[in-house]
Design a protein around this ligand. Structure first.
Ligand SMILES: C[C@](O)(CO)[C@H](O)COP(=O)(O)OP(=O)(O)OC[C@H]1O[C@@H](n2ccc(N)nc2=O)[C@H](O)[C@@H]1O
Ligand SMILES: Nc1ncnc2c1ncn2[C@@H]1O[C@H](COP(=O)(O)OP(=O)(O)OP(=O)(O)O)[C@@H](O)[C@H]1O
Length: 281
């Protein structure tokens, strides 16, 4: 195999509970990662040399900082003697800085795709360990299952959800994950909850009150979407979402959104489209 085209699906955090802070500054959390059947597309083509070329470059992100190139370099470093190169082309659909894991998912698809193209034979646990060095959200995309997560997001237990339809809105602002996690007003010591308590409902996102206060456009989007169904923040934002029983209702709500808010409709899935494309899981 010399070429492969792979999906890079989004995630939303159905809830997010921050329970503590580690000595290295990272936060201990509980969350439910819901994978969606919507995302970027990455085309990977093997090269006869050691070069990595990414097209197009993302606005404001030099190629060497792009998580795709950083993921590929991690794999090259494991096998410095081998000829491992690739042309990578990305069709970007997921808004950046949205809390829907776009960069992390691109990185995971790069790891799984190059593992296949370069015949490295690493297993998912090994790839997830490499992915965790790139970001706390990468392992869930490597494992490819909607999952309950603890630790900093890397201790994963797959869980089946109802595969609802979601409206995801991207208010016109960019939220920095690092800025929210460093903020003195973040609620960072909530009591841990059990899966059963989450399933009974009523759990929100520890970051939401702070993000609403700092970013009025997020607050406005939540108020707007709440007219139709209970709306929540995903990750540290800026995206907000609500679930609907069928596609038609979700499309109708999304279609009425205010002009200054981007949005899309996607179905929740229990298994990643990436893993389906690769024929694993
Ligand atoms: C908030 C979530 O989106 C929930 O899914 C993720 O935990 C964020 O994951 P991510 O974007 O992959 O995060 P990283 O790139 O690893 O970290 C970005 C910054 O967020 C903070 N960070 C992230 C994850 C975490 N559990 N605790 C943190 O404190 C750190 O300050 C870090 O410098
Ligand atoms: N391939 C990539 N796609 C998007 N962003 C990237 C990529 N590579 C590096 N980045 C950088 O990562 C930052 C965060 O992007 P991303 O879209 O992953 O945020 P996010 O959806 O908030 O992620 P998360 O939910 O994991 O916190 C961007 O602002 C950009 O500087």
């Amino acid at each position: 195999m010399t070429m492969i085209e792979l999906p890079c699906p989004a995630k939303i955090n159905l809830f997010l509970n921050i329970t503590g802070r580690r000595a290295d500054g990272y936060h201990e959390l509980q969350t439910l990662f819901q994978l969606l059947d919507y995302g970027d597309t990455l085309r990977l083509q093997r090269r006869p040399d050691n070069l990595l070329r990414l097209h197009p470059e993302l606005n404001g992100v030099p190629s060497e900082d792009n998580l795709i190139i950083r993921a590929a370099r991690q794999l090259q470093a494991l096998n410095p003697q081998q000829t491992l190169g690739a042309d990578l082309s990305l069709t970007k659909r997921l808004p950046m800085g949205g809390g829907i894991g776009g960069g992390s998912s691109d990185a995971a698809s790069t790891l799984l795709g190059l593992n296949r193209l370069w015949e490295l034979n690493l297993n998912l646990a090994q790839l997830a360990e490499i992915g965790l060095k790139l970001g706390a959200d990468v392992p869930v995309f490597v494992h490819g299952k909607t999952a309950w997560a603890e630790g900093i997001g890397e201790k994963l237990s797959p869980i089946q959800t109802a595969n609802s339809w979601f409206v995801v809105l991207k208010p016109d602002c960019h939220v920095s994950t690092a800025k929210i996690f460093c903020h003195e007003q973040l609620t960072r010591h909530s009591s841990p909850i059990k899966i059963a308590a989450f399933l009974e409902g009523g759990n929100g996102n520890s970051c939401e009150p702070l993000v609403r206060k700092l970013y009025p456009n997020v607050d406005k989007a939540l108020i707007w979407l709440n007219q139709f169904a209970p709306a929540k923040l995903t990750g540290t934002g800026a995206c907000v979402f609500a679930s609907f029983q069928d596609q038609e209702t979700a499309e109708a709500v999304c279609g009425q959104r205010p002009n200054n808010i981007d949005g899309f409709v996607a179905r929740g899935v229990n298994t990643s489209p990436l893993h389906k494309a690769l024929g694993i899981l």
